[in-house]
Design a protein around this ligand. Structure first.
Ligand SMILES: C=C(OP(=O)(O)O)C(=O)O
Ligand SMILES: [Mg+2]
Length: 401
């Protein structure tokens, strides 16, 4: 029933207005799945390769589609993903592009779920999933590679860890986003928005901490449950390898100073989550920071691990970080993303499923997070391509799929 009879690929627009790959997978019994590849701006050096979408589509049509159609079963995700890897022939999807690979991989999963008549999270995670939900991390102030003339730290994230339901959590993040606008207004700080919909004022990081702390406090008082606060430092973008220092707008920091700075922020703001606080090549510095702060907060590797089990294993062996960001397009297939989550979970690392700064209406990551019982999902706070995932979580919670 799930034998793949057609794979169609096309270019559509992402949220930045750039072309990206969309895939349709059709099965023998009429099952249908459609998915689109997201795209990063502050990409890790070790990510799988995103090719220009036209080239990725042409290569996938030539190399992968003929091997899938009439041979592969959409209900057998590992088989589909193994065929994608074999058709590509490299270890980083340099031929067909991780953008074609991930779109086909996710579309096949959806087609498999469609044939079964099951929601995607259940097809991926089994019948006992769907009762616990990730805490959504909502990007409310940001800069870095996602906005010009804004903060050095890429993302200031609201983390409604005390929310009684995922719907309450999603609404709380939107309320913090609105409260930040109020605080900015009161401080006479005009702000546009960055790529993920976060406010991008021309303020220092120190001012951004004050602003977000104030906004989180106001919403916490309103809703009556705990809202934590987190960061994606995206430190590889700040690190100058030649000078061996982190370059901020107002000063530089050595690696030791960067570790001390982040450790101080964790205690000053009770941070529940810190992503990419250090350069993607510096496992030792990660281990030192994790040693100092890992009992109080999550130290999460994004550019450090790039959803790659080999890099995660190196981190586990050295005690670097205690959480991993999961972005399926960093590695190319859902099977690889699952493997990374399973390895993380086995070793007590939390999994945080994530969007990219360039997104579409595709909501696969909401299902992936529920299917794997991930602790957190990072998918913005507002904006259609972000709420596509957040609203899907609300529907899953409401048993409305
Ligand atoms: C979502 C992120 O940004 P990008 O997609 O630009 O890598 C991130 O760094 O976590
Ligand atoms: Mg990141």
């Amino acid at each position: 029933m799930t034998l793949i009879t057609d794979v169609r690929l096309r270019e559509i627009l992402d949220s930045r207005g750039n072309p990206t790959v969309e895939a349709d997978v059709v099965t023998e019994s009429g099952g249908f799945g459609r998915a689109a590849a997201p795209s990063g701006a502050s990409t890790g050096e070790y990510e799988a390769i995103e090719r220009p979408s036209g080239e990725a589509i042409a290569a996938a049509r030539e190399r992968a589609v003929p091997r899938l159609v009439g041979d592969a079963y959409a209900g057998n995700q590992r088989e589909v993903d193994a065929i994608l890897r074999a058709a590509d022939g490299t270890d980083n999807f340099a031929e067909i592009g991780a953008n074609s690979a991930v779109a086909i991989s996710m579309a096949a999963a959806k087609a498999g779920a469609d044939v079964l008549g099951a929601p995607l999270f259940q097809h991926l995670g089994g019948t006992f999933r769907g009762n616990s939900f990730p805490t959504p991390l909502g990007n409310v102030v940001g800069g870095g590679e996602h906005a010009t003339d804004a903060t050095d730290i890429q993302e200031f994230l609201a983390a409604p860890v005390g929310a009684p339901s995922v719907q309450d959590a999603v609404f709380a993040n939107a309320a913090v986003h609105a409260a930040v606008a109020d605080v900015l207004d009161e401080r006479d700080e005009p702000a546009g928005k960055g790529d993920e919909g976060a406010w991008a004022p021309s303020v220092t990081d120190a001012e951004a901490f004050e602003i977000v702390d104030d906004a989180v406090g106001r919403v916490e008082d309103e809703v009556g449950f705990e809202i934590g606060f987190g960061l994606d430092v995206a430190a590889s973008e700040l690190y100058d390898a030649d000078a061996d220092e982190y370059v901020y707008s107002d000063r530089t920091r050595s690696t030791d100073e960067q570790i001390a700075y982040v450790a101080d922020l964790v205690s000053e703001y009770d941070l529940v989550y810190v992503e990419d606080p250090l350069d993607e090549d510096d496992y030792d510095a990660y281990a030192e920071l994790t040693d100092r702060t890992g009992d109080e907060t999550l130290i999460c590797g994004d550019d450090l691990f790039v959803t790659n089990v080999d890099r995660l294993r190196t981190g586990i062996d050295g005690g670097a970080a205690n959480a991993i960001l999961i972005k399926p397009n960093q590695i190319g297939t859902l099977s690889d993303a699952f493997d990374a989550i399973e390895l993380a979970t086995e070793h007590g690392y939390e999994a945080v499923v994530s969007h990219r700064s360039g997104e579409t209406e595709d909501a696969t990551i909401a299902h992936l997070a529920v299917a794997t019982d991930a602790a957190f999902i990072k998918t913005g706070a507002v904006g259609g391509e972000r709420t596509a995932k957040l609203n899907e979580l609300i529907r899953i919670e409401d048993d409305a799929l």
